[in-house]
Design a protein around this ligand. Structure first.
Ligand SMILES: Cc1cc2nc3c(=O)[nH]c(=O)nc-3n(C[C@H](O)[C@H](O)[C@H](O)COP(=O)(O)OP(=O)(O)OC[C@H]3O[C@@H](n4cnc5c(N)ncnc54)[C@H](O)[C@@H]3O)c2cc1C
Length: 364
């Protein structure tokens, strides 16, 4: 018996893989409705289809370009991205997990461990406390993981605050925009069209940036001409922490609970599916999850972290220069061929085609 805490993408996808393989799986989700509240832009590269074929109901929009903007420069690059209805994506993964045989307990909140093979959960509908016994427990309970806390698996993970809102905006429905430079300290801003007249606009900042809201509203006003929002979809984004302990005895962590997020973009959906796949393989074939993760997803996440640390030292002029290098046709071709979910060949090919990228190595 395997108990997974959290029916987000990481937990439900792992439940699906294990149940399909004949394992007895229970998913525990504290909310009454899966996928709510939405705290995500829902943009993924088409690499997601290497893991799961998305049904049409999950897809809000498909994008074929990204427009990167710095203080004095702008470049348009061809890409293949999918904008998902994040709540429907989570629902879809939970549905396929259920169809494969997993049991889902909604409105059930993990509270604490109760010895080696038992946990305490609260049924939020009637406030009853229950004990659940299991051979394996997986914490897939997001960035503020109660499982990590209860089992002392917390490390000093740092977080971005992702401030995002839905706004009325008419823009090119085939392109999303990213903004870099001193108006977006230590991260970037984004505008992603979900429909003809609605976009998801946001930026992220480190916890200690005091005037983060001011940066957000300045960006909102500059891009939309007003300060109106339709609704907030904000949340916290863990920054990948290679020191995070992800396995202890029969307890495992995946997804945001294990800080498995690309530090360059804050994207955690595809890394959480990759990590779920690795953990599934380790459970089925009795391998060490910590070791296996380091070999594949961990290496990619470390590369993203190094690039993020480098970008955080960039001035406006450095971003202008980066975009100038990226506007070359030979570079655009590579950026189209390799997406950010295959970072090793992407970086290697960029360096081979344009050695001037190495000038940025002074920031490592
Ligand atoms: C503003 C913002 C924008 C983002 N945009 C993108 C994007 O465009 N693309 C992308 O790839 N990533 C994006 N991310 C990151 C992405 O949302 C996460 O990486 C992803 O949701 C991680 O999935 P998860 O399953 O690990 O965690 P979660 O999605 O957080 O799921 C955890 C689940 O556990 C449940 N839970 C929590 N505690 C308990 C408990 N005690 N008991 C029971 N259940 C519990 C929660 O209710 C939730 O359902 C964004 C994040 C933010 C904040």
């Amino acid at each position: 018996m395997i108990t997974i805490i959290g029916a987000g993408p990481a937990g439900s996808y792992l439940a699906y893989l294990l149940a399909k393989n004949g394992k007895e799986v229970t998913l525990i989700e504290e909310h009454e409705k899966i996928g709510m509240p939405v705290q995500c832009t829902g943009i993924v590269t088409s690499s997601i289809e290497k893991f799961i074929k998305l049904p049409a109901k999950v897809i809000a929009n498909k994008l074929s370009n990204v427009i990167a903007v710095s203080k004095n420069n702008k470049v348009q690059i061809e890409t293949e991205e999918i904008v998902m209805w994040r709540n429907r994506f989570d629902e879809f993964l939970a549905e396929i997990a259920c169809d494969a045989g997993a049991k889902i307990l909604l409105s059930h909140q993990f509270c604490d461990f109760n010895g080696k093979n038992s946990i305490i959960v609260k049924d939020k509908k009637n406030s009853r406390i229950k004990k659940i016994t299991s051979n394996i427990f997986v914490g897939a309970d997001g960035p503020s993981s109660a499982v990590a806390k209860a089992f002392s698996l917390c490390s000093n993970t740092n977080f971005y605050i992702g401030m995002q809102a839905k706004v009325r905006l008419k823009m090119d429905i085939n392109s999303f925009e990213t903004y870099f430079g001193s108006d977006f300290p230590n991260f970037f801003g984004w505008v992603v069209p979900e429909s003809e007249d609605t976009a998801r606009l946001g930026l992220a900042s480190l916890k200690n940036v005091k005037n983060a809201k001011e940066f957000f509203y300045n960006f909102l006003e500059k891009r939309t001409g007003k300060k109106e929002i339709l609704c907030w979809e904000s949340g916290i984004i863990p920054i990948y922490n290679p020191e995070q302990i992800i396995q202890k005895d029969n307890i495992y962590l995946i997804g945001d609970a294990a800080s498995q997020v690309k530090a360059t973009t804050g994207g955690g959906i595809i890394p959480s599916l990759k990590a779920a796949h690795t953990l599934y393989d380790c459970i089925i074939n009795n391998k060490s999850y910590s070791k296996e993760l380091k070999k594949n997803v961990g290496r990619e996440l470390l590369l993203h972290l190094k690039i993020r640390n480098m970008l955080n030292k960039f001035s406006d002029e450095d971003y202008d220069y980066l975009l100038r290098l990226m506007s070359q046709e030979k570079i655009k071709k590579i950026l189209k061929k390799y997406d950010r979910d295959t970072p090793m060949p992407l970086v290697l090919n960029l360096l081979l085609k344009e050695p001037r990228f190495l000038l940025f190595s002074k920031f490592f």
